[in-house]
Design a protein around this ligand. Structure first.
Ligand SMILES: Nc1nc2c(ncn2[C@@H]2O[C@H](COP(=O)(O)OP(=O)(O)OP(=O)(O)O)[C@@H](O)[C@H]2O)c(=O)[nH]1
Ligand SMILES: [Mg+2]
Ligand SMILES: [Zn+2]
Length: 301
């Protein structure tokens, strides 16, 4: 018997979960557990969807076109972080010591997805903060905003500095485990625990590690949102073409146009402007090492 399911279809936004089982926030603010029909319709947090009520749950009928998608591509799997985000905050801390390679990869993925990114350096109160800040000097030099805070120890200062950056935007918070992502979300989202409710156990700020990505509204007007995510350890960039990599690293991109060969890999070619800049100390050795490390992963062996 033909039916017209579209008449009952509603629009909503995926606020937690991924793959085939997600929580959708409907236009009235209600939260419904939804399932998608097939592999084709795998949605991620931030996705706008059309869903159809069925008893007390829902079925995802369609994912609306994405304005942005941040993801990583490891050797065997694609991992989408979130869709429709306006900006990325990479949170790292004085402790635990962060991997500069993972940080650089997150920024490269953001650049590839045309998503503006900033770095939050947390735990200003610890004596190791200065050393961590020094490691971020090459990033400040290429124009990345580095915001030093103590999300827990000086919450007021952090709030004052972060609030204007988050207003009116959807911001994904990404970074290694223990850096303070959930602390940041809890600070900026007054009723974070209530928003998670019993539908998800995403937030365990302070004591436990986050295991799921979750969308939070910062303001009652629903203009500003924060997405908390589990800490990452791996960040494959296999979706990036080898010859595109340097263009996504602003300090290398500044010189790569001046290389003698248009298809210069900046590894061994004569007349390479990137290698010359490295030699003159105008490109940080750590950044060039990271370029080589990622390039090696992208080139067929
Ligand atoms: N010293 C110090 N510790 C802090 C500060 N902010 C957060 N922490 C601590 O850092 C630890 C980790 O914080 P979380 O917010 O849970 O870290 P996370 O990035 O969400 O970690 P995952 O969920 O595992 O990815 C907690 O013990 C916090 O109390 C700070 O400003 N100073
Ligand atoms: Mg967390
Ligand atoms: Zn070159």
């Amino acid at each position: 018997m033909p039916s017209s399911p579209s008449s009952a279809e509603q629009e909503g936004r995926v606020v937690s979960g991924h793959g085939r089982h997600v929580v959708v926030e409907g236009s009235a603010g209600q939260r419904i557990l939804c399932h998608s029909r097939g592999k084709k319709s795998e949605c991620v947090v931030g996705d706008r969807v059309r869903w159809l009520p069925s008893t007390d749950e829902g079925v995802i009928e369609a994912i609306l076109p994405r304005q942005s998608l941040l993801y990583r591509q490891d050797a065997w799997k694609t991992k989408a972080f979130a869709a429709n985000i306006d900006q990325l905050l990479v949170v790292v801390a004085a402790e635990p010591v962060f991997s500069e390679s993972q940080l650089a990869r997150a920024l490269i993925a953001a650049a590839a997805a045309a998503i503006p990114a900033r770095i939050v350096l947390n735990k200003h109160d610890l004596p190791t903060f200065a050393a961590a800040k020094a490691r971020l000097a090459p990033y400040a030099a290429i124009g990345v905003d580095v915001i030093g805070v103590a999300l827990k120890k000086d919450a007021e200062d952090a709030t004052v500095r972060l609030a204007p950056l988050l207003a009116g935007k959807t911001t994904l918070v990404l970074g290694p485990s223990g850096a303070g992502k959930s602390t940041l979300v809890n600070l900026m989202v007054v009723d974070a625990a209530a928003q998670v409710g019993d539908i998800s156990t995403a937030l365990h700020t302070g004591r436990h590690t986050t295991t799921a990505t979750h969308w939070y509204w910062i303001d009652r007007a629903l203009h500003s949102a924060l997405i908390d995510s589990p800490g990452f350890q791996e960040f494959g960039l296999r979706h990036i073409a080898p010859n595109e990599l340097a263009t996504l690293m602003p300090d290398l991109a500044r010189y790569s146009g001046a290389c003698r060969f248009y298809n210069c890999t900046h590894v061994h070619e004569p007349g390479c402007a990137v290698l010359a800049a490295l030699e003159r100390g105008e490109i940080a050795a750590t950044r060039y090492r990271i370029y080589r490390e990622i390039l090696a992963e992208l080139q067929p062996s």
